[in-house]
Design a binder for this molecule. Structure first.
Ligand code: TMP
Length: 238
């Protein structure tokens, strides 16, 4: 599949048109951003690591019955995906309190949510991804009530699958963000799942193994991503 014209350049990935109007090539770049693009750095190999991490997770989710845009990995950094009509809403599932929730509500980091907490944010860097509710999604027409309810169910189902996978390798899935779109009228999981968009803590030591290492300038960002991948049995093609 030939990637041709650049369709869209995000903070960490670029999407290219292909000969087939229904398909895109996603290129995972080494750019790493935090705080809605305020800080962007180049981390060598990150694109390849996240592309292969994402391929592994999307394949798992597909096997669990969750429809995703992922079709196949084309190279170390590129994957072929279905072209979705993206919904500009970020779906966040939290198993434990961390990040913006701790700052917003003053809750203790690590507080356990039973059942998991589901939150929505508008995908808008200029506005710093403000928190919204399902009512905003309906009122602004970003998605219908039925679509929103499917996105919520799919996010929580993904949590059940992924939490177990990470638990088996002694990692706590603290929280994560998913983005959905439409393909032939159906809600399909898009974007990516990688340590850039989730929080993972080692269950024994509490060590942060995700993008918080970059946000909090803890160092060892890629080493942590690689360790998570190795624990999951992902073998990298560099
Ligand atoms: P938060 O604590 O900053 O709200 O983020 C919750 C989780 O969602 C965390 O794993 C990071 C991820 N996330 C992104 O990757 N991008 C985003 O724009 C947002 C709002 C969250």
């Amino acid at each position: 599949m030939n990637a041709s014209e650049l369709l869209y350049q995000g903070k960490a990935k670029s999407a290219y048109l292909t000969d087939d109007p229904d398909l895109l090539v996603l290129k995972f770049r080494d750019d790493t951003s935090a705080f809605d693009g305020e800080i962007i750095e180049h981390l060598s190999q990150k694109g390849a690591i996240n592309n292969q991490f994402n391929a592994f997770i999307m394949t798992l989710l597909t096997k669990a019955g969750i429809q995703t845009h992922f079709l196949e990995r084309l190279s170390s950094t590129d994957s072929l995906v279905k072209r979705l009509d993206m919904i500009p809403v970020e779906c966040v599932v939290r198993n434990k309190a961390a990040g913006s929730l701790v700052r917003r509500l003053g809750i203790e980091e690590g507080y356990d949510f039973k059942p998991p907490l589901f939150e929505l944010f508008l995908k808008n860097d200029t506005l710093h991804d403000p928190m919204i509710s399902e009512h905003h999604v309906a009122a602004f027409g970003w998605a219908s009530r039925e679509e929103m309810s499917q996105m919520r169910d799919l996010s929580l189902q993904s949590n059940t699958v992924l939490r177990r996978i990470f638990d088996e390798v002694n990692l706590e899935l603290v929280d994560f963000k998913l983005e959905f779109g439409r393909f032939n009228g159906e809600i399909v999981l898009g974007d990516e799942f990688s340590p850039d968009g989730c929080r993972l803590w080692d269950k024994t030591t509490g060590k942060k193994m995700d993008k918080d290492r970059f946000r909090e300038k803890l160092g060892g960002v890629l080493e942590a991503y690689c360790e998570v991948a190795e624990r999951l049995g992902i073998v990298f093609d560099r």
